[in-house]
Design a protein. Structure first.
Ligand code: SF4
Ligand code: SF4
Length: 65
């Protein structure tokens, strides 16, 4: 059974730098220039938390249940 994964993006903390969407190995996060990332295809997320670890503004939280 696939684990339950949730991704929370705090748009107030996000500075729209694009690091998270660029680094995600599964292209789960998409992002328009000047906008916060959007979780586009959560079903492909492997819960690696790279986005959370690399976000310089602590704006992403990945929860794996
Ligand atoms: S890495 Fe963090 S600050 Fe940068 S776009 Fe992603 S959520 Fe926003
Ligand atoms: S946890 Fe990993 S696979 Fe999921 S969105 Fe973040 S970087 Fe992408």
């Amino acid at each position: 059974m696939k684990k339950g994964i949730s991704i929370f993006i705090n748009e107030k903390l996000c500075k729209q730098c694009g690091i998270c969407s660029a680094l995600c190995p599964k292209k789960v996060l998409t992002q328009e220039v000047g906008c916060p990332p959007v979780v586009a295809n959560l079903e492909d997320c492997i819960g690696c938390a790279l986005c959370q670890m690399r976000c310089p503004d602590f704006a992403i939280e990945v929860e794996v249940k």
